[in-house]
Design a protein around this ligand. Structure first.
Ligand code: SAM
Ligand code: MD0
Ligand code: SF4
Length: 370
């Protein structure tokens, strides 16, 4: 179906005044192709970012500590059927050393990510205890908020993480179209993945949602995802361009520029407003950072220290050993976009007030139910 036409200036003026953005309007914005019009969308997105975050940008250190995985996502190089890739599992002391190094360099958060490592997922519950002990040790050695991206943890383990004070749970749906999801995350339940996010939120954790572009989604699918994120009230909303991986079922998929990712970042900013939105270094490395920040992102993610044998996700090695995913290289780019790193205190204040608001709305819901 053809989306209705709108007057772009009128639409952006209404959005800047705080009017909610409807699905057809989202689709209209996502379909824009005229570079001059797209620039106007980016400019409106930056205005909304400035309203909520001023000139401050947040910086996330990324630590992919085990690249073993029991799953078979068709888009991912770490899928278990890929026997050609070199994998690693970092020891707790290696993880702590890398986390400390990034904390000392000045990041605001450490994102601890793993595949659904069979050593943790397919054995007894005590293996999750090893994972939790590692998290607690990192927590006590760095005094920064922690994000975990460990896949679909059992409910009781998620509960333990919340009790331990882990701030963020990241679990990306990739798409909110159940049919497309089924073809991407083969053999994994769409509903179960959503339910984990609901549980994390009920437990008081902040939740990051994420989608991919270039995997066969329609404009309608992208709009549905953005609306899903709005209704869920996600705390951080990510979009990344799919990077085709050799030796995977999607290796021959046409590789895309980041145009759709950039426009989606901007539209997310217009719709989700005070949500955190990452500019990931994982897709196009340092050279893709400026465009993502200028589209309205306010967090730089996938900052990885060199010489530790650590990998990225969408790109296994891009810019890591060349020390191009470090603060020394990132901050000049951010400053070029008129952005300055926030203080650690400002980041902690943001996460704490978001968690307090979440607790407040939960109390209200409980009262309504009673
Ligand atoms: N194993 C955990 C999971 O899947 O939830 C944690 C890893 S998760 C942070 C990896 C994310 O990177 C995926 O959810 C997907 O959004 C993204 N990703 C994976 N392969 C990609 C690719 N080839 N191109 C772009 N993004 C990719
Ligand atoms: C990133 N490579 O920030 C990481 C990853 C996982 N929470 C994040 C996709 O781009
Ligand atoms: Fe495993 Fe995560 Fe990759 Fe899927 S996206 S194959 S769950 S590491």
């Amino acid at each position: 179906m053809q989306a209705p036409g709108y007057d772009l200036n009128d639409l952006l003026t209404r959005i800047l005044k705080g009017h909610p953005v409807g699905k057809q309007e989202i689709i209209y914005l996502l379909r824009l192709t005229d570079p001059e019009k797209i620039d106007r969308v980016f400019s409106a997105a930056r205005k909304i970012r400035t309203r909520h975050f001023g000139k401050k940008v947040f910086l996330y250190g990324f630590l992919y500590f085990s690249t073993f995985c029991r799953n078979d996502c068709r888009f991912c190089q770490y899928r278990q059927s890929n026997k050609t890739i070199a994998r690693y599992r970092k020891t707790p002391s290696q993880i702590i050393a890398a986390a400390k190094e990034m904390a000392d360099a000045g990041v605001h958060l450490i994102d601890l990510t793993m595949g659904e490592d069979p050593e943790t997922y397919n054995s007894s519950e005590s293996e999750f205890e090893t994972f939790i002990t590692m998290l607690k040790t990192v927590q006590s050695s760095i005094d920064l908020p922690i994000m975990v991206s460990p896949g679909t943890l059992p409910d009781n383990i998620l509960n333990e993480l919340a009790k331990a004070g882990i701030t963020w749970y990241a679990l990306y749906q990739e798409t909110h179209n159940p049919t497309l999801y089924k073809s991407l995350r083969q053999g994994q339940s769409f509903e179960k993945r959503l339910a984990k996010k609901r549980l994390a939120k009920r437990l008081g954790m902040l939740v990051e949602e994420g989608i991919l572009t270039g995997v066969g989604e329609t404009f309608q699918d992208l709009a549905d995802s953005i609306i899903w994120m709005k209704n869920f009230n996600v705390d951080q909303a990510r979009v990344m361009t799919f990077v085709p991986q050799k030796d995977t079922p999607m290796h021959a998929t046409r590789s895309r520029t980041s145009r759709m990712e950039l426009l989606t970042i901007a539209v997310m900013r217009l719709v989700l407003r005070d949500c955190l939105i990452p500019a990931s270094l994982d897709v196009n490395g340092l050279s893709g950072l400026e465009a993502r920040l200028n589209a309205g992102a306010n967090v730089v993610t996938s900052i990885v220290p060199p010489q530790k044998g650590l990998a990225g996700v969408a790109n296994q090695s891009l810019d890591i050993e060349e020390s191009r995913r470090t603060l020394d290289r990132i901050l000049p780019v951010a400053r070029n976009c008129s952005l300055e790193p926030a203080t650690i205190k400002a980041y902690k204040t943001w996460t704490a007030s978001r968690q307090n608001a979440l607790a407040g709305s939960r109390d209200n819901e409980d009262r309504l139910v009673c």
